[in-house]
Ligand binder design. Sequence first.
Ligand SMILES: Nc1ncnc2c1ncn2[C@@H]1O[C@H](COP(=O)(O)OP(=O)(O)OP(=O)(O)O)[C@@H](O)[C@H]1O
Length: 353
Amino acid sequence: MITFDGVSKVFPDGTVAVDDLHLELPTGKITVFVGPSGCGKTTSLRMINRMVEPTSGEILIDGVPVTTQDEALLRRGIGYVIQHAGLFPHRTIVENIGTVQRLTGVGRKAARATAIDLLRRVGLSESLADKYPVQLSGGQQQRVGVARALAADPPVMLMDEPFSAVDPIVREGLQAEFLRLQAELGKTIAFVTHDIDEAIKLGDMVAVFREGGHLAQFGSPQELLEKPANDFVADFVGRDRGFRSLSFDSADELVIDSVASVSTGGEILVLDDAGRPVGWAGPGLGDTSAPIPHGGTFTRGDSLRLVTDLAISSPVGIAVQVDVDGAAVGVIRHTSLVRQLDERRRRRAEPTA
Ligand SMILES: Nc1ncnc2c1ncn2[C@@H]1O[C@H](COP(=O)(O)OP(=O)(O)OP(=O)(O)O)[C@@H](O)[C@H]1O
């Protein structure tokens, strides 16, 4: 666990970058620092590995104040990934990845073997091993940056806007890869971004900062969406937060109707020989010879957000549930869904005994 115990940073010119920060970053989880530009995210991150020293307060890693540790040793135990990857241009990819290992006395061969294994883990081909950074795309360089930070197998990683310099499609790939890797490695990660969607997607916990280095809220992504602590957070998490919060709950609790029940509304769910939905037909759907595509189905474990989206975008307002083989097993009308979401909201609002 990384603890910020009343940490403040005032720069010599009087700028208060971080103001009395109290925060606990859980071990093995991703904690995202998010907020508008200049609110102290990077300064907070850099105080963990002592690139910036606090003016007051203390940062502890597993109960040990970072100030009691040798700076160089401390940094070797903390992976650091920055925007634009920051690779050494005159070193090859394997040399870049092996930098810290070589510093700690690991031999060239062993460092190379680790580097090649890490290349694969971050989704890159071994054929890039002996190339130079300039020969790689921005997204590939970011992956190498992540591999380099992981090479010494540090328990803690600091990541400062690592994916913000690449285009949105590449970023999505990097985020997915990062989550997959973290599920495997379970590092304690502090991750800075100014993008609230990235924070909600990647964070187990999210610290929302506001101007003047104040902490506006610390909570899970779902808490931020469902219960923003104040107008600043509500505004910052943005619109659709009610809808977005549905992605954190599974639809398994919903009461689903039988497939046969759809015909009571006049629609027909057309199935193929294996019972898989093909589309919709019925009097209200125009004079088409072919069924209208259903636009997607859901299955056990899918989110309330997906089911809601399917129901409201369906040509007949009905979301179809399928089993693992794709055969239709039930349906839910958007009217029933709205009623059930309302009941859920009431249940949640009730004080717990
Ligand atoms: N070395 C410094 N000297 C003086 N002021 C600084 C220094 N470094 C940062 N600051 C100021 O401290 C405040 C917080 O900066 P910081 O970089 O931590 O913010 P940030 O939230 O990470 O911003 P961004 O998202 O733009 O990177 C800003 O007002 C910044 O101008």
